[in-house]
Design a protein. Structure first.
Length: 249
């Protein structure tokens, strides 16, 4: 008899979305970008070899220009990658928590259908918000982490969840607001943040020995994909328990 996997159960949170089709599209786009990057690197290397063999100042100039231009190509590929992955991860958690909220029996006030009750419950399960002792803050990272604890999913999520989210959304925000070449102080501040995350998650082109353009590494992109799988597995376990509990009652 066919058995649903935890990942299959996770899809109950996303009735209107096809997560796997989205992931296939993202992986395909990133694979094409990697192929283009490899071809470009090979061409630059061949040009460098020709310039060395011939001793042509003209070819050396062409090689220098190509190396300079490749920095922007790499930045474009990295921006495209974070532009696909960050929204996917954001919607992944938003959808999971929204689904958990719909399956629950949260009621505020005597009338669960009142406007205030409905809105309060919906806001509670909205991962975009973090609730502090004296503030409600629009913060997707801390909102996700706070709801992980509130929903009981925290023990099932990967231990580096906070680091991955901070790195992914932190880089997304820098790219979104500053483009490829950030103000010097922004480059430096991000360099300080990078020190708090595992080595190799980000790389940078440099100028005068200082960070110039920051990129996500293939290692970090791979970690994001693995994290997505881990989160879907955990969410599926949560959904499975809910449906099995309902079936037994």
């Amino acid at each position: 008899m066919f058995q649903l996997t935890n990942r299959d159960y996770a899809h109950f949170y996303f009735e209107e979305f096809d997560l796997d089709a989205q992931l296939i599209a993202i992986r395909g786009a990133l694979a094409a970008a990697r192929t283009a990057a490899t071809q470009q690197s090979d061409e630059i290397e061949r040009l460098a070899q020709r310039a060395k063999e011939i001793g042509s100042d003209h070819l050396v100039g062409m090689w220098t220009d190509e190396v300079h231009t490749s920095v922007y190509h790499d930045a474009a590929r990295s921006a495209a990658a974070v532009g696909m992955l960050a929204p996917f991860v954001e919607n992944l958690f938003v959808g999971i928590y929204r689904g958990i909220g719909k399956m629950g029996e949260d009621v505020l006030g005597h009338d669960p259908d009142s406007e205030r009750s409905v809105r309060a419950v919906a806001r509670f399960w909205d991962a975009h918000y973090y609730y502090g002792k004296s503030e409600v803050r629009d913060d997707i990272v801390t909102g996700i982490l706070q709801l992980a604890a509130a929903s009981g999913l925290e023990p099932h999520f990967p231990t580096d969840l906070k680091a991955v989210l901070e790195a992914l959304f932190g880089y997304r925000n820098k790219i979104l607001h500053n483009g490829f070449e950030w103000p010097v102080e922004e480059r430096e501040s991000f360099g300080n943040r990078v020190k708090n995350w595992p080595a190799g998650w980000f790389q940078s082109a440099t100028t005068n020995g200082r960070p110039w353009v920051w990129y996500m590494s293939d290692t970090f992109v791979a970690r994001i994909f693995t994290l997505i799988d881990e989160v879907l597995e955990a969410a599926g376990q949560h959904a499975r328990l809910h449906f099995e509990r309902d079936a037994d009652s």
